[in-house]
Design a protein around this ligand. Structure first.
Ligand code: ADP
Ligand code: ZN
Length: 707
């Protein structure tokens, strides 16, 4: 493989020439310089924050080989293929290699040709590998996903705890530990176990401003999802579901609606799981309905949206999952469905978890987030001990602030119903009692005073209000007694001491399109998005190249790079080089192909743009409208519109050959009478529908160009 020579280069030059980026992100430069000074570091940055460059650039600048320790084979493969696509000599050493391939890797390392070698902790410990390392020139060690070392983290891997031996085995070689998990215990564990107590600790902001945050009531979920995906055609996204069954059902619903979607969960055989993941990465299957296991080992940068079909059990998990969207920094969407049913289920899990107090407390924070009447990003970052000064403007609360109102009377009605039925009501039964809906659930309670007392409030609204009351501690849910609602002391204050309760009613969200009525709905055919834009053409070429080189499309160029090509339309290599994400290697390899696409696009546009000129030329040469239409195989109305366009911009056209002077005079008079408005219909009406629309249109264009 041809490769770039970077040893001894300045980091900024490497950033530009190898990765094609012009500026470092905050903190990257300091971290890199410290590594070049052989200092240890712990780097905490959110997913998509740009951790990789922090060790990849020092690896390239330093002599010798950098060891990168990574827990997942798929992550290693992803990173190595991304590095190679930039001409960087990188390799991985893991159980997927056959003997010959292993030998190749070893040769590369021993000759110091390989600048980055990715290994799993298990391989690193193995005897065979120790032998190789003896003779290699290892100059730097990076430990990716370093939180796996801590039992307190959410992704503990016992093999990681053995990494403490690195310090002994490689004395004096600097170590960089990187993770997206910010909590204090984990951080201290990393320092202690790796024996790098004096390391620099870099903690970047955990804010991901490009992620739009949105919480929806958990009703009509799939309808809401459809509305969403219709607005985002041809994009990749993940729908996280709590159960395997729900994954499968949701994927099926997508398919029934004409979308290409698959499911992914622990029950799917592992070969098939890998295939699903592969198809997602390659943009072949855009939508995956998955349990939380999906997405851990992938670096796909162009996941445009993440939807939580069910509520996650804590904020850490939630943030990690939504963090899989928009790694390329482009605007991306997240949507969380919040329902009482999920809360009840998650509470049960928490109670049976053996860590009841902790899990319940974490769930409560999650619930507070979902119910927040203030900017959600504030709540989220606050959870990770980071204060956001101003409202973010990119969450549903900021965009659609809810209004608080005095909900005391509503609360009294609900609590009284619970009280009068001797605390026998589940949530749905309570709503049905309040709304006076007679069914099996409510049959016994139709004589109580509050039966039907809340009929004026919609079912969904009641659901939301009851959730808020629960959250304000007015009742508990008895999981051991048919999920019946049991009043608390606070409830008594509302019922008997007139304690005031505030509730929030979300302003109505965007209107959903009306779905066809009736059961036997035909699968909706998705409207095909128009494919003739330059961006689509660029995407097609990217996919072709990806197939040709056997890498995911985003490894060829990220969505961000593609967008920049679309916007700047580079027509030569100098212009192409300026695009973010284009390093020297990709410049040589892909510039010509993409520049051709841009040029071809220009040609097409121009011929489209020139079409009317051709008609004008023919007309000025003496051809009639009918003759032009026949000769050019276009409609007469199109020829008329060409004439009108030429007149609009004041081009020389023999107008009075198109409209005779008397007719024009009539039209002009009518135009003036009608208040000089450039509207066809009033003139048409004024002239008693006797003059053709085409002639009026031409006359108005003439007037516009000549008045
Ligand atoms: P992390 O490992 O922290 O999740 P990555 O290292 O994968 O994040 O980086 C996320 C994205 O940001 C990648 O597409 C990467 O190419 C891009 N990126 C990183 N640093 C820069 C930079 N200085 N300028 C522009 N893009 C960058
Ligand atoms: Zn906000």
């Amino acid at each position: 493989m041809e490769s770039v020579k970077t040893t001894g280069m300045n980091p900024k030059t490497v950033l530009d020439k190898v990765f094609g980026f012009k500026e470092f992100r905050p903190m990257q430069e300091d971290i890199i310089n410290q590594a070049l000074n052989n200092e240890d570091a712990v780097v905490l940055m959110p997913t998509g924050g740009g951790k990789s460059l922090c060790f990849q650039i020092p690896a390239l600048v330093k002599q010798g080989t950098t060891l990168v320790i990574s827990p997942l084979i798929s992550l290693m493969q992803d990173q190595v293929s991304a590095l190679r696509s930039n001409g960087v000599p990188a390799a991985f050493y893991n159980s997927t290699l056959n003997t010959a391939e292993q030998q190749d890797v070893i040769t590369g390392v021993l000759s110091q040709e390989t600048k980055l070698l990715y290994v799993s902790p298990e391989k690193l410990m193995s005897e065979e590998f120790s032998g190789i390392l003896q003779s290699a020139n290892i100059s730097f060690i990076a430990i990716d996903e370093a939180h796996c070392i801590s039992q307190w983290g959410h992704d503990f891997r016992p093999e990681y705890t053995k990494l403490g031996f690195l310090r002994k085995k490689f004395p004096g070689i600097p170590v960089m530990a990187l993770t997206a998990t910010a909590d204090k215990i984990t951080r201290q564990d990393i320092l202690k176990q790796l024996k790098i107590e004096s390391a620099h600790v870099h903690i970047s902001s955990f804010d991901r401003p490009n992620l739009n945050l949105r919480v929806e009531q958990g009703t009509d979920k799939f309808k809401k999802i459809l509305t969403f995906v219709k607005k985002h055609p041809d994009t990749s996204g993940i729908v996280y579901c709590l159960s395997r069954k729900e994954c499968e059902q949701t994927a099926l619903k997508f398919q029934e609606n004409g979308y290409n979607a698959e499911h992914y969960h622990a029950g799917v055989p592992s070969a098939e799981r890998a295939a699903v993941q592969e198809r997602f990465i390659k943009d072949e299957t855009p939508i995956i309905c998955a349990t939380i296991a999906f997405g851990m080992g992938i670096d796909k940068s162009n996941v445009r949206w993440v939807i939580h079909y069910n509520m996650p059990k804590n904020m850490e998990g939630y943030y990690q999952e939504i963090g899989r969207a928009g790694r390329d920094g482009l605007p991306s969407d997240t949507m969380l469905f919040y329902s009482l049913r999920d809360v009840i289920q998650l509470r049960k899990f928490a109670e049976d978890s053996g860590q009841k107090e902790l899990q319940l407390a974490k769930l409560e924070r999650m619930q507070q987030y979902a119910e927040s009447p203030v900017c959600r990003r504030k709540v989220l970052l606050n959870y990770f001990n980071e204060a956001l000064e101003e409202d973010c403007g990119n969450c549903d609360v900021c965009k659609n602030p809810p209004k608080q109102f005095d909900g005391t009377v509503l609360a009294q009605k609900a609590l009284s119903a619970i009280y009068r039925t001797e605390e026998k009501l589940s949530t749905s039964a309570l709503i049905n009692v309040l709304r006076g809906a007679l069914n099996q659930q409510t049959f016994d309670f139709q004589s109580i005073k509050t039966f039907g007392a809340g009929v004026d409030v919609a079912y969904n609204d009641w659901q939301s209000f009851i959730m808020q009351m629960l959250h304000q501690g007015l009742f508990d849910i008895a999981y051991d007694d048919h999920n019946r609602l049991k009043l608390t002391e606070s409830a008594k204050k509302v019922l008997f001491e007139k304690k005031a309760i505030n509730l929030v009613k979300q302003a109505p969200k965007e209107k959903e399109p009306i779905e066809p009525r009736g059961r036997a709905k035909k699968p909706l055919k998705r409207e095909k998005p128009i494919k003739n834009t330059l961006y689509e053409e660029l995407r097609t070429v990217r996919t072709k190249l990806a197939t040709q080189y056997g890498v995911p499309p985003y490894v060829i160029f990220s969505d961000a790079t593609l967008q920049e090509i679309d916007e700047t339309k580079p027509q030569n290599k100098d212009q192409f080089e300026n695009i973010s994400g284009v390093g020297n290697y990709k410049l040589d390899k892909y510039a010509d192909v993409f520049i051709d696409v841009v040029k071809e696009h220009f040609l097409k546009e121009r011929s489209k743009g020139n079409s009317y000129k051709l008609s004008i030329d023919m007309f000025n040469e003496g051809k009639t409208i009918a003759e032009i239409a026949t000769a050019r195989k276009i409609q007469e109305t199109t020829v008329f519109s060409h004439m009108a366009r030429a007149l609009d911009i004041g081009m020389q056209v023999d107008f009075f050959k198109l409209v005779d002077i008397e007719t024009f005079k009539l039209i002009k008079k009518s135009f003036i009478v009608n208040g000089r408005e450039y509207k066809l219909k009033p003139i048409y009406d004024h002239l008693n529908e006797k003059v053709d629309y085409g002639l009026i249109r031409l006359s108005l264009s003439y007037l516009r160009g000549n008045e």
